[in-house]
Ligand binder design. Structure first.
Ligand SMILES: NC(=O)c1ccc[n+]([C@@H]2O[C@H](COP(=O)([O-])OP(=O)(O)OC[C@H]3O[C@@H](n4cnc5c(N)ncnc54)[C@H](OP(=O)(O)O)[C@@H]3O)[C@@H](O)[C@H]2O)c1
Length: 280
């Protein structure tokens, strides 16, 4: 726990880097002198961010945009080769790309549930499958995933998102048991409400974007503060990183120690969210 890792000169590959937590992580790693590979689907945003990272960053820092869609499984081996080719190694992969949900169970199509799992679960697994063998070959590596408090606690109007985030928590906890002795570190990150575009981009029942900043996200922690907490905990070698500032962080503890009480509180959350958003 006292161990301090430096990211200076380390190659950090971040998915979901075009916005929100991923973008803030990129800037915070750049300040520390990391070399960055920035991935998402929006090439222009990534290129602008790469430029910004290079301009504001430490001397050792560098950044490139590597456009990808985590659901395009067939492309990920090629993208991984391109990542290795760029800086000769990858020290840390942060599987951060993700999409949320704002819709009731009764109105959510199976297609929307499948899309959430394609992006939030299979996308993370597929890229990790492409990357970890090369990390083992190079003799070291670190893989992180941005899960969520929703990966620990069931929250209303996010049945698919909570299921997906619980799935990645289980996957990466299990992966850790298999790769630690191969010198690969695994970190799970469980943010609470962070002020990003997550609710605007969230899927509604028929797959359209929700398009609104909901009140919890609007009052959440800034993405910059979130990135600082994540990196400072990674520097200390913390394996599971909760990050946030609201009652949702208390809910994590209540779920652990008093699960029945948390289930009662979740009913209150349901009524508040249903009223605020007119959910059925
Ligand atoms: N904000 C929160 O309150 C919160 C809380 C807990 C967990 N999280 C998690 O944090 C992560 C980042 O979310 P955020 O809050 O920063 O939201 P955001 O601002 O909406 O960013 C989401 C990022 O994911 C990328 N993305 C989405 N689908 C993708 C795909 N198919 N392939 C590649 N990239 C894709 C988006 O870029 P493109 O559209 O350019 O592809 C964007 O860069 C997500 O995993 C989210 O579930 C967020």
């Amino acid at each position: 726990m006292n161990r301090r890792k430096s990211f200076e000169n380390q190659v950090v590959w971040i998915t979901g880097a075009s916005s929100g937590i991923g973008e803030a992580l990129a800037l915070a790693f750049a300040k520390r002198g990391a070399k960055l590979i920035l991935s998402a689907r929006s090439t222009e945003k990534l290129e602008a961010l790469a430029q910004k990272c290079k301009e504001m960053a430490a001397d050792t820092s560098d950044a490139i945009a590597l456009t990808l869609d985590v659901t395009d499984e067939a492309s990920l081996a090629g993208k991984t080769k391109a990542a290795w080719f760029t800086f000769g190694q990858v020290d840390l992969l942060i599987n951060n790309a993700g999409i949320s949900q704002r819709s009731s169970f009764l109105t959510t199509s199976m297609e929307t549930y499948r899309t959430l799992f394609e992006v939030d679960v299979f996308g993370q697994i597929a890229l990790t499958k492409a990357v970890v063998p090369l990390m083992i070959e190079q003799g070291f590596g670190h893989v992180a995933v941005t899960a969520s408090v929703a990966g620990k606690v069931g929250a209303p109007f996010r049945t698919g998102y909570c299921a997906a985030k619980h799935a990645v928590m289980g996957f990466f906890d299990a992966l850790r048991t298999e790769v630690t002795d191969k010198n690969i570190e695994v970190t799970t990150i469980t943010p609470g409400y962070i002020r990003t575009s997550i609710s605007e981009n969230a899927l509604t029942g028929d797959g359209k974007a929700f398009g609104k900043v909901d009140s919890n996200i609007g009052k959440g922690m800034s993405a910059d503060d979130c990135a600082e907490v994540i990196i400072s905990k990674m520097e200390k070698g913390v394996a599971e990183i909760p990050v946030g500032k609201g009652m949702e962080m208390v809910a994590l503890k209540i779920k652990r120690w008093f699960p029945t009480l948390l289930l009662k509180m979740a009913n209150g959350m349901y009524k508040k969210a249903a009223k605020e958003n007119d959910f059925e």
